[in-house]
Design a protein around this ligand. Structure first.
Ligand SMILES: [Zn+2]
Ligand SMILES: [Zn+2]
Length: 274
């Protein structure tokens, strides 16, 4: 049983690179120590594009408590699908001992409309990721922005695939539909925003044993530090907020979400923690 918080989606490599207001060459050691001060003992750093794969793996190799996932973000598909052997580029890294998932992948109809050519490429790329997830028995980390129906039908078409809806952006009914398909639902800093009433209802309704939490750093910093460059320590604020919503002690949210992350990513607590 772990009492440490698991930030299930954090682009540490972006923080280090100085994206979204962070200083260039930000020292990740300091960032992770600050996380630890808030009880955040585990982080998963997802890849976004082929060009990032080795950078992401490098971060995971440097820090025991950091894990990685390999995949291509829906907003990056145009560039990636022109690379002849991109699937091999993904597959080659899946055997790395720190790679615990495939992603992030999914569909984003916010930046591109669902009937665009680019969205066709997104669907093709997402399907490939779902097939790989089944082939390698790895969970998928799904990015879904305004594409709920298509995400759900592609997941449904791949029976047995497991994964997480990261930075969940739907309502409570959609969250429950994904839970019924066997998925976990992860809430990011935007769940703490006052106007996010659909997210509040979703975070309240899903069973605790399907809940994950994340920062999606460096994006989406939660209240009370909204608008700042985000960091993994603020997963604690997401846990506090959800505990309040559900009327349970924060320890219950932390224990459940970390156990869920261990189950989904097939991990066990680090020896240093126990
Ligand atoms: Zn995302
Ligand atoms: Zn992300």
């Amino acid at each position: 049983m772990s009492r440490q918080i698991f930030d299930s989606h954090c682009h540490l490599d972006y923080i280090e690179a100085g994206i979204m207001g962070h200083a260039p060459n930000t020292d990740l050691q300091t960032v992770l120590e600050r996380a630890k001060d808030y009880g955040v003992g585990y982080v998963l750093n997802p890849a976004v594009n082929i060009a990032d794969f080795d950078r992401v793996l490098g971060v995971a190799e440097r820090f025991e408590q950091v894990y990685a996932s390999i995949g291509v973000h829906p907003c990056e598909v145009e560039e990636t699908l022109t690379v002849a052997n991109w699937v091999e580029d993904v597959e080659r890294r899946l055997g790395h001992p720190k790679v615990k998932a495939i992603g992030e992948t999914g569909l984003d109809y916010y930046h591109q409309s669902g009937d665009s050519e680019q969205a066709d490429l997104q669907r093709q790329c997402f399907k490939t990721h779902l097939e790989l997830a089944l082939k390698y028995d790895l969970p998928v980390i799904v990015h879904d922005r305004e594409a709920h129906a298509d995400v759900k039908s592609l997941v449904e078409a791949h029976t047995g695939v497991k994964g997480v809806m990261h930075c969940f952006g739907g309502d409570a009914d959609f969250a429950m539909e994904m839970v019924e398909l066997g998925f976990y639902v992860s809430f990011a800093g935007n769940v703490t925003f006052k106007k996010a009433t659909d997210l509040h209802a979703a975070a309240k309704r899903i069973p605790l044993e399907r809940l994950l939490i994340e920062t999606d750093s460096p994006f989406l910093s939660p209240v009370p530090e909204r608008g700042k460059p985000n960091e993994p320590y603020r997963t604690k604020f997401v846990a506090d907020f959800i505990a309040n919503l559900r009327g349970v002690p924060v320890g219950a949210v932390i224990e459940a979400s970390t156990q869920n992350a261990f189950r989904l990513f097939q991990l066990s607590p680090l020896k240093a923690e126990v």
